[in-house]
Design a protein around this ligand. Structure first.
Ligand code: GUN
Length: 345
């Protein structure tokens, strides 16, 4: 078992239960620079001693259900068109987290009957080699989705590389045209970025009304914070973005009915940052040493779960909340792309 295998403390109403989790959580947050600013805001003491009341939003369960339905549709596509969706992944270097994410994505494709190809380049590879691989996948009709695992090494120009991606295969939704269409009223992006789409799906499937609600998104990364705020607006929430330079982030966050955190700072959001009854979606994932765990590690999020679960009405755990949804949404985007390519409904 690797670092990503964590013993999870799942908290329910007045109960706690140990579960072994083998699905590492995908996630992303703000830049290193932003993170150091957030440190300034960390309160020094814990605030809340009330009994636990929050509904635990089980992302693993919801993602499993979505993946089951996707597998059904892939079988149907194979039966009627004789083809399956195909996903190509480009991985540069050997970052441990990226390797884990890619391994989990490939495994999920396999489970759903989706073909996957991984091209891995060494850390010091040339940009032209990455672009060449991308162009090959762009032209391959059996590939419907292409994913460049981020972050890329410093010497590579992420913008230039992502611009090469064929819009119709941008299953991450990171292409500026997809992001631009997501931002504009009356326009439809071909793909919505996976983690933000997963967050909204969790809210909807948990019966949380978004329309007319005050939502705060903490973090403004291109991968999570920005597209999540755009997507919440599309669902008619009133959205405020809290970032590293925001004054009084606790005060602003306390106004929110829905809080989505993608700051990349462990335990940033304490119980006293939340309005009682708020719904909390935690995108953060960090391994922390814990000798009491089987493998010496456990994962924690941006939110101080112990405190927040006593104030919120519903909350995602880490792991087992947003992470599994990111992968489910990647499969969903890849299937949608193949459906478009084969005119299959
Ligand atoms: N790195 C962290 N999250 C993601 C993601 O959703 N997609 C890609 N391509 N890279 C990531």
């Amino acid at each position: 078992m690797g670092l990503q295998l964590a013993v999870v403390l799942e908290r329910g109403i007045g109960s706690a239960q140990l579960r072994v989790e083998d699905d590492d959580d995908d996630g992303d947050g703000d830049s290193e620079e932003d993170k150091s600013y957030y440190e300034h805001y960390k309160p020094k003491s814990t605030a809340n001693d009330q009994p636990s009341a929050a509904l635990v939003i089980d992302g693993k369960l919801i993602a499993d259900e979505i993946r089951f339905r996707i597998a059904e549709q892939v079988r149907r596509m194979k039966g009627s068109v004789g083809k399956v969706p195909g996903l190509a992944v480009i991985l540069v270097g050997d970052r441990r987290d990226s390797l884990t994410y890619v391994r989990n994505k490939v495994k999920a494709c396999e489970d759903a009957g989706i073909k996957s190809l991984v091209t891995q380049f060494p850390q010091n590879c040339k940009q032209d080699d990455v672009i060449h691989a991308l162009s090959t996948f762009n032209e391959d009709p059996s590939i419907h989705g292409i994913l460049v695992q981020l972050p890329l090494p410093q010497h590579l120009n992420e913008e230039k590389i992502l611009n090469e991606l064929k819009l119709e295969k941008d299953v991450d939704g990171f292409h500026p045209l997809n992001m631009g269409n997501l931002a504009m009223r009356g326009r439809e992006p071909l793909f919505i970025p996976c983690t933000p789409k997963g967050c909204i799906e969790l809210l909807i499937r948990s019966g949380v009304e978004i329309m007319g609600k005050n939502a705060v998104v903490i973090g403004r990364s291109n991968i999570v914070g920005l597209p999540t705020s755009l997507l919440l607006q599309r669902h008619h929430a009133t959205v405020t973005i809290v970032h590293a330079l925001t004054k009084n982030p606790e005060q602003i966050t306390r106004e929110a009915d829905i809080v989505v955190t993608a700051a990349g700072v462990p335990n940033l959001v304490r119980g006293n940052w939340l309005k009682p009854g708020a719904v909390v979606i935690d995108v953060g994932t960090f391994p922390v040493e814990d000798p009491s765990c089987e493998n010496g590690y456990r994962l924690i999020g941006d939110v101080c779960y112990e405190e927040a679960s006593k104030v919120a009405s519903a909350i995602t755990p880490v792991p087992g909340g947003v992470g599994p949804m990111t992968i489910a949404m990647l499969l969903s985007n890849t299937l949608d792309s193949a459906k478009r390519a084969y005119d299959f409904t």
